[in-house]
Write a protein that binds this ligand. Structure first.
Ligand SMILES: [Zn+2]
Length: 214
């Protein structure tokens, strides 16, 4: 657990992403990006891309192999598919974040829960809307591996993957420094069918501070 010394009053961006909403924004090299779990146990599905070339994007496998660990926390370098650092996690009061569980989708809601859940709002829809609104030709095939900040997906010694009650609490946050210019796309997960967000999606706060020395 590493706390940050940054003052929210000094942030150049301070916004709220409502439960189920999306958010997309560029974060330039050196800027600090914080996500705050306002209500506790929210799942914040997040994609990162190089702001210069969206074919370079966050890679869960490269990040996991790069650090030799499946959980993301302070010290984790979020690597791209070209094995370049996109961001580094520099503070974390939650403890660990998932990058194995993927993002919920209409299709997975139907398969996991029930056919009548198919129409329910899902992260893939929020990502798709965000990327298409952003323009620049991004579309469905650009939605690849994501991070689930604050989500608890423990892996058992036998390698089993389980979705468990959250380990986060109101006010817990994760903070990262952009190592290059990145595009961040968030889906503040609208999921109502699993315990990752205690069946109760809540808003999150997003803050950005300018790069040190700027
Ligand atoms: Zn979701």
């Amino acid at each position: 657990m590493i706390e940050s010394k940054l003052d929210p009053e000094a942030a150049i961006h301070n916004g709220t992403v409502l439960a189920g909403d999306g958010w997309i924004r560029e974060i330039t090299a050196g800027q600090i990006f914080r996500i705050v779990d306002l209500g506790g146990n929210q799942a914040v599905d997040t994609l990162f891309y190089s702001a210069r070339d969206s074919s370079e994007r966050y890679s869960a496998t490269d990040t996991i192999v790069g650090q030799g660990n499946i959980y993301l926390t302070t010290g984790t370098t979020l690597l791209s598919n070209l094995r370049r650092p996109l961001l580094t996690i520099i503070a974390d009061t939650c403890g660990r974040h998932d990058t194995l569980g993927g993002a919920c989708a209409a299709e997975s809601n139907q398969v996991r829960y029930a056919i009548e859940k198919r129409h329910m709002h899902a992260c893939r829809s929020s990502f798709l809307k965000g990327l298409m609104d952003w323009g620049r030709g991004m579309e469905k095939r650009d939605i690849t591996s994501n991070i689930n900040f604050f989500m608890n997906v423990p892996v058992t010694p036998e390698g089993k993957l389980t979705f468990e009650d959250g380990i986060s609490e109101p006010g817990k946050y994760v903070e990262m420094r952009a190592e290059t210019d990145v595009l961040a796309a968030i889906s503040n997960c609208p999921q109502l069918n699993n315990p990752c967000n205690a069946y109760d999606p809540t808003p999150v706060q997003v803050l950005i501070w300018k790069a040190a020395g700027n």
